[in-house]
Design a protein around this ligand. Structure first.
Ligand code: NOJ
Length: 562
């Protein structure tokens, strides 16, 4: 037992502005369509599958769900390589199926957000095929440059590197030019300097908006424009990384360019000019904690939610309470003034699941933090039941980034472990499909780790999640002050208060020891509080009355008091 008799830790107070938009202080849920529910037994999830399970999302009480791409695609990047921006891939269903999904979602008061992937198309898109042949206006739909020659050897136009490693340029024999791709060679970058292309992409936004969607998550927006001087990017000193790794370059010419922000503004204006309620825009804008100004700029140019990935990319199981405190405070302090909403992404389809990043015992912690903080919590399918990464062999790996890394390194880069089918129950393929074979193998833990089992188990991830969604809607979360406290870098605390009412207090023990301290005194909270939710019923039970002047936190526990 570690007894804390003194307190080190500053705190800040930030007021969050109340507002009416539907997404304020709610949870938004990400559906990865290949893995949510298979309705036709082919082992791949589809739109009718999603529709059949919307009651689950309504039961969770999330405000909205965003769906990774289901558009026509050769599926080389499982839908992030689109060959028709206004049609649905037959693997996922039809436009009619989509209309049924919208109708049912509306009847359940769930908002539907689509994934808009404007940075690139598939190389199989007819636009690209025509661009190769220089057919007007498609000739200008992509970013083409001549080769440079060094000692008569053909070289790419500059040193730019793709996110997936290696040159961002691929030579095309027919056109006799290089084309740019910020991702894989089969995902050529679209050229927003072409007004015809610009119009096509706005049409895609209109197309889906007219079909009833409530907004868009904008994929890879930071890459939309590149500086048109095509200069080499500076090489960062001493990264220790292989020369083909994108992090060896300082991306001053290829990311977060001024024109990209203008483009976002033009989409904002375009959507605002359409009939109906305001459409939500969420931007996928990864930044480091040192460069949060980029994220804030996306807010200023039209994003309602500029995804905050700090829980996913900046923190892990070795992060300390002060790391969280500094990161969260920085985000809140930098948020542009005005009616903006902060947000906290817990998980997504590109990263290991939260239980793999923070440990199974901490599976609910980040959702608890996201629930208590002001703003939107963004969760990924399976978070509500604490789904775990699935170990897959190299032979079972299908993610191109995993496959490219080879048998030695695939486990570092593959995104497949976090994409395996949702575990609905203990029947065949976890109730995801009637097919015993699914596109990615179901995690073998599904016999015990599944939604049906958790619905009847008190203190399951599912029951905690439901309480957190309810908590998010409480006035103190919407309007209360925020105090973030690190207690000698062992215990992380968030206190939310509205004067004259009882505060809400989240406490997380970051150590593997019991920690005791006088929370009433140190945190200026009532001596008598009750447990609202806990990650472990071994020390607390819901509703239990707690004397906070002699609080004991067992290892790794998180508890919310009210
Ligand atoms: C970001 C998406 O989240 C990721 O899954 C995809 O591979 C890249 N963009 C390319 O579209």
């Amino acid at each position: 037992m570690f007894k804390i008799t003194f307190l080190i830790g500053l705190f800040i107070i930030v007021s969050s502005a109340p507002s009416e938009e539907w997404w304020r202080d709610t949870f938004i849920y990400q559906v990865y369509p290949r893995s949510f529910k298979d309705s036709n037994g082919d082992g791949i999830g589809d739109i009718n599958g999603i529709t059949s399970k919307l009651e689950h999302l309504a039961d969770l009480n999330v405000s909205a769900f965003w769906i990774s791409p289901f558009f026509k695609s050769p599926m080389s990047d499982f839908g992030y390589d689109i060959s028709n921006f206004t049609d649905i891939d037959p693997i996922f269903g039809t436009l009619d199926d989509f209309s049924k999904l919208i109708t049912k979602a509306k009847s359940l008061n769930l908002k539907v957000i689509l994934d808009f992937v404007p940075n690139h198309s598939s190389d199989q898109h007819p636009w690209f095929q025509k661009s190769i042949k220089r057919i007007v206006p498609y000739d200008n739909y992509y970013v083409w440059r001549n080769a440079t020659y060094v000692n008569s050897t053909r070289r790419p136009p500059n040193n730019w590197l793709s996110v997936t490693r290696g040159s961002a340029w691929t030579w095309n024999e027919v056109r006799q030019q290089y084309y740019l791709h910020q991702f894989s060679f089969f995902q050529p970058d679209l050229n927003f300097r072409s007004s015809a292309l610009n119009k096509e992409m706005k049409n895609a936004l209109s197309f889906w908006t007219k079909r009833g969607v409530d907004g868009f998550r904008i994929d890879a927006i930071i890459h939309a424009f590149e500086d048109d001087r095509f200069l080499d990017e500076p090489v960062k000193p001493n990264t220790g990384l292989p020369a083909n790794h994108p992090d060896t370059l300082d991306h001053i010419y290829t990311r977060n360019q001024n024109e990209t922000y203008q483009l976002l503004r033009s989409w904002r204006n375009h959507l605002d000019a359409m009939n109906g309620t305001k459409k939500i825009i969420l931007t996928e804008s990864y930044t480091t904690l040192d460069e949060l100004n980029h994220s804030m700029r996306y807010y200023e140019y039209g994003a309602d939610i500029a995804f905050n990935f700090m829980f996913v990319t900046s923190f892990n199981n070795s992060s300390a309470p002060t790391d969280f405190k500094k990161g969260i405070e920085k985000w809140l302090a930098l948020m542009p003034k005005g009616n903006y909403s902060s947000n906290w992404v817990v998980d997504n389809h590109d990263n290991n699941r939260v239980s793999a990043r923070f440990g199974k015992i901490r599976a609910d912690q980040l959702t608890m933090v996201a629930a208590v903080l002001p703003g939107v919590g963004v969760v990924y399918y399976g978070d509500e039941i604490g789904m775990e990464d699935t170990w897959l062999s190299y032979n079972e790996t299908v993610d191109p980034i995993g496959c490219n890394a080879g048998p030695e390194n695939y486990h570092i880069t593959s995104r497949d472990p976090a994409r395996t089918p949702f575990q609905w129950d203990s029947s065949t393929s976890a109730g995801f499909s009637t097919n015993k074979t699914t596109w990615l193998r179901v995690n073998s833990n599904y016999h015990t780790l599944n939604l049906a089992a958790q619905k009847t188990t008190p203190y399951s991830h599912y029951s905690i999640f439901k309480k957190l969604v309810k908590l998010k809607m409480m006035p103190v979360i919407k309007m209360g002050t925020v105090e973030i406290i690190s207690i000698i870098d062992m215990v992380f605390v968030i206190v939310r208060r509205v004067p004259g009412t009882h505060p809400i207090v989240l406490l997380i023990n970051f150590t593997d020891r019991n920690v005791s301290f006088d929370a009433a005194n140190h945190l200026n909270i009532p001596t008598n509080m009750s447990v609202y939710a806990t990650s472990s019923q071994n020390s607390y039970t819901d509703g239990m009355s707690i004397n906070t002047s002699s609080l004991v936190l067992i290892p790794a526990v998180s508890v919310i008091l009210m």
